[in-house]
Write a protein of this length. Structure first.
Length: 266
């Protein structure tokens, strides 16, 4: 069709619609965001494999091949312990993918060999107790302590709060947030020496703990447990069911359930 000035006109109906982005692009973004927000423990095994393969396969849907790899080798560890030849035997795995996974697996094992002796992952109450029991006497130096970990629950620090004898005091809560954010921590555990402070009822503790958890969550830090330490031993408010509201509002209910279901070995 010609315009009055002799130039061709282009109708809106003849313009090509923009190409739709493949669905897997949005999936990759959502998967990365979930890992950054909630840590590796929020991912399924095949999703962990997907994240690592993204660097070797920039433009392809690899969910199906990731599922096949986990099914073939039984776990994420099995996938990254397999040889290149074994990896290439799985349908959909290219030579570049197999090489990348084999190299990544060797790096994982080398890193673990260097750091395994000093790493402690606090993924369950039993691991928290393993850490606290040998240092029980040291805890008497302060009525309140805070344990910080990274996204993978690797222990970062144990520090005393000396701002106030009241664990829910605003100065203490500000200290918790500042310490956790400055350290780049994702998860925190409180350790409260109950013999050193006036005792509240469990309901009162739960209410105060919920307030602290909400303040920490606003800073993108998750409170996993409050361990009560005293002459009678240790008690977990998470395991004993006094953190139900905190669990429900965390957005990661599976994390709290897994932590509390483990046998603490008391």
């Amino acid at each position: 069709m010609m315009c009055s000035d002799g130039k061709k006109s282009t109708s809106s109906s003849s313009r090509e619609a923009p190409a739709e982005k493949p669905l897997w692009l949005g999936h990759r973004k959502r998967l990365r965001q979930r890992m950054e927000r909630e840590g590796w423990d929020s991912l399924k095994p095949h999703e962990m494999v997907e994240l690592i393969l993204y660097h070797a396969v920039p433009r392809q849907d690899i969910e199906e091949v990731s599922r096949a790899l986990v099914a073939r080798f039984g776990s994420v560890g099995g996938v990254f312990s397999a040889s290149e030849e074994e990896l290439r035997s799985v349908k959909g795995v290219t030579a570049a993918m197999a090489e990348w996974m084999a190299i990544t697996g060797r790096l994982m094992r080398a890193y673990h060999g260097l750091h395994a002796s000093r790493e402690l992952r606090l993924t369950c109450y039993q691991e928290v107790l393993r850490f606290l029991r040998p240092i029980a006497e040291r805890l008497s130096a302060s009525p309140l302590w805070m344990i910080t970990t990274d996204f993978d629950f690797n222990l970062m620090a144990l520090k005393p709060a000396a701002r106030s004898a009241c664990w829910w005091d605003a100065a203490n809560v500000r200290w918790m947030v500042t310490e956790a954010v400055t350290a780049g921590a994702k998860y925190v555990f409180l350790v409260r020496l109950t013999d050193a402070l006036p005792m509240e009822t469990d309901e009162e503790r739960a209410a105060r703990l919920e307030s602290i958890a909400n303040t920490l969550r606003a800073a993108e830090v998750e409170l996993v447990d409050c361990v009560l330490a005293g002459s009678a031993g240790f008690r977990s408010m998470n395991k004993e069911g006094w953190m139900q509201n905190i669990r429900a509002e965390s957005g990661n209910l599976a994390l709290h359930e897994r932590y509390a279901e483990e046998d603490g070995g008391e």
